[in-house]
Ligand binder design. Structure first.
Ligand SMILES: O=C(CO)[C@H](O)[C@H](O)COP(=O)(O)O
Length: 244
């Protein structure tokens, strides 16, 4: 009998199915995202017999460890440009029916967007709690925005001017006094604008990116397909361009 909770089973079924349906034959370079759902994607990839020569590019410390622990070949994003990765698998914090999503709950948004941007295909894996009608409807802790520590105060005031309802400096929690520090040495401002309609996601992303001091936002509109595991073991698939 499985000892996984129904939420973990949901993550696992989504990740396994996404890998089974999309891991490219004869792939050379594959991007690996971050978070708890991607763990199952890497587990499934590690079970394949055609990955010995494939290079896996991580999106931060956690995914680097995942790649190594699963006996896969580790690469680095510095070697690759747009279109050089065959595919990237990654998780998401909230996904709307147009396949816009919020990422960065685990603080890896910059490298996640970088690696996804270099891939020919970007596949999301998530549990059913991430399916949403509009970004910010369920993920109310705010869009993660990675900022240079030097500019955090300045960007915070910019974000309020852009219409943010709240800006929270992500904390290091009990294990680190002061702000959380990303794998790139930056801070994260979790910024809540209220629900964002799909048609407004791009404009908001661009407006935030223009602020001096912003490294990257957790708004992504580059996914090709999303797999959501259900609590009953079912998997729902959302495709780009197909009404959900
Ligand atoms: O963006 C991320 C990390 O920066 C993760 O992919 C996102 O938070 C989803 O994580 P999980 O699979 O644990 O729900």
């Amino acid at each position: 009998m499985s000892t996984l909770s129904s939420l973990e089973e949901a993550k696992k079924s989504a990740a396994y199915r996404a890998v089974d349906e999309h891991f490219p034959k004869n792939s050379k370079v594959v991007g690996i995202g971050s978070g708890s759902t991607v763990i199952y994607a890497v587990e499934r990839i590690g079970q394949r017999d055609d990955v010995k020569d494939v290079i896996f590019v991580p999106t931060g410390f956690q995914s680097k460890q995942l790649i190594i622990e699963n006996g896969l070949r580790l690469g680095c994003i510095e070697e690759y440009g747009v279109g050089d990765l065959d595919i990237t698998f990654d998780g998401a914090d909230e996904v709307d029916p147009s396949l816009n999503c919020i990422k960065g709950g685990g603080g890896c948004l910059f490298q996640e967007k970088l690696v996804a941007s270099c891939a020919k295909k970007f596949v999301l894996v998530a549990d059913y709690t991430k399916q949403s009608t509009a970004l910010g409807f369920k993920w109310i802790q705010g869009i993660p925005i990675e900022v240079s520590p030097l500019a955090a105060k300045k960007v915070e005031s910019d974000l309020f001017r852009l219409g943010a309802k709240s800006v929270t400096w992500r904390s290091g929690g009990k294990s680190k006094a002061g702000p959380a520090v990303t794998d790139n040495g930056n801070f994260i401002l979790d910024t809540y604008f209220g629900p964002v309609e799909a048609k407004d996601v791009d404009a908001l992303d661009k407006a935030i990116k223009l602020l001096v001091g912003v490294i990257e936002t957790g708004l992504f509109n580059i996914a090709d397909i999303a797999y959501f595991g259900g609590s009953d073991g079912s998997v729902t698939v959302w495709n780009r361009g197909t009404p959900q």
